[in-house]
Design a protein. Structure first.
Length: 250
């Protein structure tokens, strides 16, 4: 009995000692860590060799400390990037690139954006970039070179991605909801800079109409309507940006 009592007391003392040691150890607070970080000298250049191979520190410094000016009355080339998410396959079938309705819809998108941009006093001309000038592996340098060959001051690249969700009801018409996202990228051809980007999403609810043979046609209509709304909003944003941006003195 005495041995058990002595063992219990010894364990208790050891526990107190260890707990006391653990609590007496100094802890690093977030405030002190912040003070140490603020005391460090600032870094103004990249220390990674791979970064220098792509863009030197002097160029980065000049780009970030300079003001980009757009032409007062510029020529803009426009390119519709291939659809994302397989929208053409889903809406028009596997041979969508040969579908007349699909081709007209694609052309309508380009004309919609072009018409909105031509309303701006800063855009003198909008010209579509032919697909023959754009290889499969497109990149900013390649697209810039193509725009230079067309003597365009600006290049607008946009892309549409869409998806639909259907809701079937026993005693009601089928409903579908479409989500479309429009991506806008504006390239200043002279400097190679991208002064404007936008990602705009719009949704559209549609109910199957008697003239539509199946819900797939309803989905197609909903996607087209939501895509048009996203494109229109993106074009309006771009027109506002071009209007307010600093202009070059020609």
């Amino acid at each position: 009995m005495k041995k058990g009592l002595i063992l219990a007391l010894a364990l208790g003392v050891a526990t107190v000692m260890f707990s006391g040691c653990s609590t007496s150890m100094p802890s690093r607070t977030s405030a002190s860590a912040m003070q140490d970080y603020e005391a460090r000298p600032p870094i103004e250049t990249s220390l990674f060799p791979s970064d220098q191979a792509v863009l030197g520190d002097l160029a980065v410094k000049q780009i970030l400390s300079s003001q980009l000016e757009l032409p007062a009355k510029g020529k803009l080339a426009i390119l519709k990037f291939p659809d994302a998410g397989g929208w053409g396959v889903r809406a028009f079938g596997g041979d969508y690139w040969r579908n007349e309705e699909y081709l007209k819809f694609q052309q309508g998108q380009v004309e919609m954006v072009s018409g909105a941009l031509l309303k701006s006093e800063q855009i003198a001309e909008v010209i579509p970039m032919p697909s023959l000038m754009t290889p499969k592996s497109m990149s900013i340098p390649v697209l810039r070179e193509a725009a230079v060959r067309m003597q365009a001051d600006l290049l607008l690249v946009f892309r549409i991605s869409s998806d639909t969700y259907s809701q079937y009801r026993l005693f009601a018409k089928d409903k579908v909801k479409a989500y479309s996202t429009c991506e806008f990228v504006l390239l200043d051809v002279r400097t190679g800079l991208v002064p404007f980007t936008r990602v705009i999403s719009r949704e559209r609810m549609a109910v199957k109409q008697p003239a539509e043979l199946n819900v797939s046609e309803t989905m197609r209509r909903a996607e087209q309507e939501s895509a048009s709304e996203a494109l229109r909003a993106g074009a309006e944003n771009l027109v506002g940006f071009v209007k307010s941006a600093p202009k070059r003195r020609e």
